[in-house]
Design a protein. Structure first.
Length: 115
């Protein structure tokens, strides 16, 4: 079992920045894949950034060059640094992990971008 707890969601102005954190209950070394997804009202959930255990990252076109995913293996935390936020980034952001063939999701953290 893996528990994921997200934090860092808040209200931000367009052009602003936020950093989300995803704390895992197990060593991140044992997790092969971690990603951040989001779900806006009346829209499907989408993955926006992912990172493999070897460090390779991937981003959705909508967030490329604005968001950065990283992991701190000593703290067992995965971060999502979000810069130049746009109103369309408003959503509940979720952390998801793949470990030993099982997929886990956190409860989510709300990000609202509005002036």
């Amino acid at each position: 079992q893996v528990q994921l707890v997200e934090s860092g969601g808040d209200l931000a102005q367009p052009g602003g920045s936020l950093r989300l954190s995803c704390a895992a209950s197990v060593s991140i070394f044992s997790i092969s894949y971690v990603a951040w997804g989001r779900q806006a009202p009346r829209k499907n959930r989408e993955l926006v950034a992912s990172i493999l255990s070897g460090g390779h990252t991937n981003y959705a076109d909508s967030v490329k060059d604005r968001f950065t995913i990283s992991r701190d293996n000593t703290l067992n935390v995965v971060y999502l640094q979000m810069n130049n936020l746009k109103p369309e980034d408003t959503a509940v952001y979720y952390c998801t992990a793949l470990k030993d063939g099982d997929v886990y999701w956190g409860q989510g953290t709300q990000v609202t971008v509005s002036s």
